[in-house]
Design a protein. Structure first.
Length: 858
């Protein structure tokens, strides 16, 4: 609401100005450019009240003048300089302790940007003849000169300084600190009031770091200052990994029409404009005209908004950030400004002009005095801030400080004189200007804030944000500060929510060459490019990066694994073939079912123990085999569940022993059949063997051999618990290590050897004529058993982890099932479904005598 009222009022002012422009009173031009404020001791004030000259051959030629006219165009913002001088002098004159009975005055000259003119007015001032006549080396009116205040541009100060230094005439500059001017060889009597900008590049770079801007453009004047700043920035930025996308130096012969200059301006979102306003005003003016609104401009100077005709338009500098020396706000000055009017300072030639332009007064035709027909509320503080600012700007502060420095020096001189000639009846002091040098030198050296009239300190900055939307609002809002003296983390303080960014940014802008590499990836620098331009590449396996923009990924420790996005190492979970998981559960169930089935078969055999088929096939061995098979099935359970050392040892030994016994039983069975039918054996021996049940001894013998092998295995390198961290992602698999691979293979080999032996035996008797001849089935089961374990080996060796264990269990189950199915399946079929075949009558019909013989013995 306030803003709109303000704008409305502001437009009115503007309209009236435009109207006046067309019919400006002659008096406006006739009034001179210089004036004198009387005092016993005078200060020469050489301030620019113009913007740049619009002469075609000069650089900055596009800069239009204030309040358009071909002759005089003022930048009334600079009028504040005069007021600051006036204000300081009034304060000093009113202070009875500083310069009692001496009044300070000043001579004001409006400097232009030509050396000839500046030397001209300086000579004129020193000679004090007025009207541009001069006699070098004469002080015609015996005026009490003290010092000259010059600025703002260092060029002006240097031009005036070349003359003043001839006389060792004290010169105080109020423009930005300049290294050239600090050369006391060239300018022995020049003192700079501006604090050094030692920490400004650091401050700006800190802001870049704060907002993670790493791709920055830089616009500098192409002079000694620009080069110094450039090297400062390069150094700071290198330290903080910030890169310069472009550096544009504005030379003296800079031409705004060079298209190349504007070419890559949009490469960055943040551009620093750094230098003094005098060298940069031209380029800033162009930026404004070109409406480069997509950039956040970081500046150390403030652009004077001049065009006010398009105030509803966007402004290039809306959202800019300005770094300024931090200083105490001088409220007295603001109060003072309210009291200023043409009648209070009749000698001041600029106040009538201001009043005429802005407050609708008119000039009297006779003597060009401003008449009293102004607006009643006329006062400088109601002017909009782009025309006149009531807050003291940095240069004004330096002027204020400079005047105080002169006053203090005069004070010292008068004290000295009082000490030397205490009784002389004098009026005021008598001195030569050069005498001030001793004291000014002292003051320049002193700690800035120890003098209470010094208002700035060189390491502290305010950060201001320009709010200029709609155009003409021209607010400068303090959004933070920087203090180089603080601890590193507290140097910069900034309140982000206060900042208004240029319109096109909906959030905090970012300016980077390459988007940052998030967690999980690392930077891969590109050859021949700045370090800020890089590619992101994902971390290698089992490596992580948990922060952004990391150069190297970190390896996860062995016990940890990298998550899929490679941003964190996680503790691996322990894994084994558990009963709870489907595979383990399925295998366990199958094992239990099969052992139950085996038990069921035992039941059938026991129940039908007296039937021919059971009796014919060596009943005892069948029982042993069935019981063994039960164990074989059950021993697979050892492999499932969390392994421990006992389980590891049991796994292999029970497996080995149970299978050995089973195979030995099969072998015994096969041998028995062979013995019973093979004619080649002598009958007595066969009988003896049959009676003594000789083949049955094979079982303990073979088992003992296997136990021996296992014993050696367990004694030399028993199985132990092992961890496998690599096979399965994110898991550490606990499993039994066989200990000795050789032993394991020996066990398997022995089993296969037994199976082959049994197969051979069964094969020999496969064609024997016997109703219940099981040789075919025995040989077949052995073949399957052999095949299972032979195929097991390559598969076993090509798998890892849980599958490897499951594979072994599977093989155990399959081979046992093969034995059960092939040996006992057909018998169960006959017992249960074909009882007719299972009768003695049936057998008698078919069996030859020898088999009856066998039946008797079995
Ligand atoms: C300009 O002002 C003069 C008197 O100040 C007046 O006589 C004249 O008519 C004005 N011209 C215009 C165009 O307003
Ligand atoms: C100032 O002037 C007055 C009278 O003119 C005189 O009495 C007083 O002593 C002077 N003060 C100093 C410090 O010279
Ligand atoms: C000042 O007074 C004039 C009339 O004299 C009025 O039009 C204008 O709005 C006033 N400005 C302010 C800021 O009060
Ligand atoms: C110079 O200073 C003395 C004493 O301070 C004073 O009497 C004299 O009038 C001054 N000269 C001028 C020209 O103001
Ligand atoms: C500038 O900002 C725009 C919009 O926020 C963004 O898309 C672009 O990537 C930025 N450019 C750079 C160089 O960061
Ligand atoms: C990144 O990981 C390192 C080591 O693992 C750790 O010290 C650091 O705190 C982590 N940083 C973040 C942001 O998580």
């Amino acid at each position: 609401m306030f803003t709109w009222i303000f704008i409305f009022w502001f437009m009115q002012i503007n309209n009236c100005v435009s109207a006046l422009v067309n019919n400006i009173s002659r008096c406006y031009y006739r009034i001179s450019e210089e004036f004198h404020h009387e005092g016993d001791v005078v200060i020469g004030a050489f301030f620019p009240l113009h913007t740049f000259h619009t002469r075609k051959e000069k650089p900055h030629s596009t800069i239009p003048y204030y309040y358009l006219d071909s002759k005089i165009q003022y930048n009334f913002k600079n009028y504040q300089y005069i007021l600051a001088l006036q204000f300081a002098i009034e304060e000093i004159n009113g202070n009875p302790n500083l310069l009692p009975n001496i009044s300070l005055g000043f001579d004001f000259y409006n400097v232009r940007f030509t050396g000839k003119y500046n030397l001209d007015i300086t000579f004129s001032w020193l000679t004090a003849l007025g009207q541009r006549n001069y006699l070098p080396n004469y002080n015609c009116k015996r005026r009490n000169f003290s010092a000259a205040l010059t600025g703002t541009s260092w060029i002006t100060s240097a031009q005036i300084g070349t003359l003043l230094q001839l006389f060792k005439f004290p010169q105080i500059t109020f423009g930005p600190y300049d290294l050239l001017l600090s050369d006391h060889g060239h300018y022995p009597s020049l003192y700079q009031m501006a604090p050094k900008d030692t920490s400004l590049s650091l401050a700006i770079v800190s802001l870049m770091v704060h907002f993670r801007w790493s791709w920055i453009g830089l616009i500098l004047p192409d002079d000694h200052k620009g080069n110094k700043i450039l090297s400062d920035f390069r150094e700071e930025m290198e330290r903080k990994d910030i890169c310069l996308a472009f550096v544009k130096m504005i030379s003296d012969t800079w031409n705004t029409y060079v298209a190349k200059f504007w070419e890559n301006m949009d490469e960055t979102n943040v551009t620093i404009i750094f230098g003094d306003i005098d060298s940069l005003e031209g380029v800033m003016r162009n930026i404004e005209q070109r409406l480069l609104t997509w950039n956040v401009w970081i500046m150390n100077v403030e652009h004077h908004v001049i065009d006010t005709t398009d105030y509803f338009m966007l402004d290039s500098f809306h959202g800019s950030i300005i770094f300024k020396h931090n200083y105490r706000e001088n409220f007295e000055f603001t109060k003072f400004i309210k009291t200023v009017n043409p009648s209070k300072y009749p000698e001041d030639v600029y106040l009538p002009k201001l009043w005429y332009l802005f407050f609708k007064c008119s000039f009297s035709d006779i003597n060009c005095d401003v008449l009293d027909n102004c607006q009643t509320n006329a006062s400088l503080d109601i002017l909009p801030s782009h025309i006149f600012d009531t807050a003291m700007n940095e240069e004004s502060i330096n002027i204020y400080t400079g005047v105080y420095a002169v006053a203090h020096s005069l004070h010292e001189i008068s004290l000295q004189q009082l000490q030397m000639q205490p009784y002389e009846n004098r009026k005021g002091i008598v001195f030569f200007p050069w005498q001030l040098n001793i004291f000014l030198k002292d003051i320049e050296m002193k700690d800035k804030r120890s003098l209470d009239w010094r208002q700035t300190i060189d390491t502290e900055y305010d950060i201001l944000n320009i709010w200029n939307l709609p155009k003409g609002l021209g607010l400068k809002v303090k959004i933070g500060s920087f203090s180089a003296n603080g601890p590193q983390s507290q140097q910069l303080s900034i309140s982000e929510q206060m900042i208004q960014w240029p319109e096109i940014f909906s959030e905090i802008p970012h300016s980077v060459c390459s988007e940052s590499c998030g967690p999980g990836s690392r930077k891969l620098s590109l050859e021949g490019k700045a370090i800020c331009c890089y590619k992101c590449t994902p971390c290698a396996d089992n490596e992580i990066s948990n922060e952004t923009d990391i150069d190297q990924c970190v390896k996860c420790p062995e016990s940890h694994y990298a998550n899929t996005v490679k941003s964190n190492c996680f503790q691996k979970s322990v894994s084994f073939l558990a009963y709870e998981e489907p595979l383990g559960m399925a295998l366990a169930c199958i094992a239990l079912c099969l052992s139950a089935l085996t038990a069921f078969v035992i039941g059938i055999f026991v129940k039908h123990r007296d039937t021919p088929i059971v009796k014919a096939n060596n009943r005892a061995l069948s029982y042993i085999l069935l019981i063994n098979l039960t164990f074989c099935f059950l021993c697979s359970l050892n492999f499932i569940g969390k392994p421990n050392t006992a389980a590891c040892i049991l796994q292999q030994t029970t497996f080995a022993v149970a299978f050995t016994m089973a195979l030995a039983t099969v072998l015994a069975k096969a041998i028995t059949v062979v013995l019973a039918f093979k004619v080649s054996f002598p009958g007595r021996m066969v009988r003896w063997l049959m009676i003594s049940r000789g083949p049955n001894y094979i079982i303990p013998i073979c088992t003992l051999i296997q136990i021996l092998i296992c014993g050696i295995w367990m004694a030399t390198s028993p199985p132990f618990i092992d961890q496998d961290a690599h096979t399965e992602h994110g898991h550490i698999i606990i499993l039994c290590n066989k200990g000795s691979v050789v032993a394991f293979h020996s066990v398997l080999g022995y089993l296969c050897f037994l199976a082959l032996g049994s197969y051979a035996m069964a094969f020999l008797s496969r064609n024997l004529p016997d109703t219940f001849n099981e040789s075919k089935f025995l040989s077949f089961s052995m073949l399957v058993f052999f095949c299972v374990w032979v195929t097991f080996l390559p598969v076993y060796h090509s798998t890892k982890g849980k599958i490897m264990v499951a594979m072994e269990v599977f093989s155990i189950l399959v081979s046992s099932t093969a034995l059960l199915a092939f040996i006992f399946g057909p018998k169960c079929y006959i017992i249960l479904l074909r009882p007719d075949k299972n009768s003695f009558n049936h057998i008698r019909k078919k069996t030859p005598s020898r088999s009856k013989n066998f039946l008797k013995h079995s």
